[in-house]
Unconditional design. Structure first.
Length: 217
């Protein structure tokens, strides 16, 4: 008999603790601020989970997601699941980009080996000397990509779009000079004009490579 009473008492305590947990309350616009205060005072959540819960509620309200009638515990779990899905998607996208970059790098190397500032009449230009190396056994018809120029701390200075459609024979290197207008009122142009080659780095990203046989990467 005593064992049965002890068991009933334990179950009753668990039920009471569950009922008193503010996370088990259902979300309601009218009581949200009061509930949030109670949840904070209960110390049921660490700072990270508390921020995640509030952040997701705001996100849900702005995005028209239905959370009325769900408990705060359920909303927090939904937030965690959503974050996990976003992280997995980001990791997948990053992996795909790395694989693409590796595939492109095996085909083509692009490097800026010199730069300059040119004044012609009333026009000022920034010049970029670019080398293209075709690593394959196939002739390349055209190349499109972007060249990001950064300082030594990887802070971006300027990004330029490059199109090379003069052809690039197999196993050959071709050098080209490109120009962009120099704008004296743009900090990026002034910064780049004043930088020496030893003080900058470049990142090339191939967007599309078209081979002479009509295939493309």
């Amino acid at each position: 008999m005593r064992k049965i009473l002890t068991t009933i008492s334990m179950i009753t305590m668990i039920v009471l603790m569950s009922c008193n947990n503010p996370l088990n309350k259902k979300y309601n616009d009218a009581t949200f601020l009061e509930d949030a205060k109670e949840i904070g005072e209960s110390k049921k959540l660490n700072e990270q989970d508390a921020k995640m819960l509030v952040g997701y509620i705001m996100f849900a309200k702005l995005g028209g997601k239905e959370i009325e009638g769900k408990t705060y515990a359920e909303i927090l779990q939904t937030a965690k699941d959503y974050k996990s899905e976003q992280e997995q998607l980001a990791a997948k996208a990053k992996k795909e980009e790395e694989e693409k970059r590796a595939a492109m790098s095996a085909v083509l190397t692009v490097a800026m080996y010199d730069k300059g500032y040119v004044k012609e009449g009333f026009e000022d230009y920034l010049q970029y000397a670019i080398a293209f190396e075709n690593k394959t056994d196939k002739d390349i018809r055209a190349i499109k990509g972007t060249l990001i120029i950064t300082d030594l701390f990887d802070t971006e200075i300027k990004t330029i779009e490059i199109i090379m459609d003069d052809g690039l024979p197999a196993k050959q290197t071709v050098k080209m000079v490109y120009t962009t207008d120099f704008n004296q009122f743009m900090e990026e142009d002034k910064n780049l004009a004043n930088k020496d080659m030893k003080d900058i780095k470049t990142i090339w990203t191939s967007e599309k490579i078209i081979f002479a046989d009509g295939t493309a990467l």
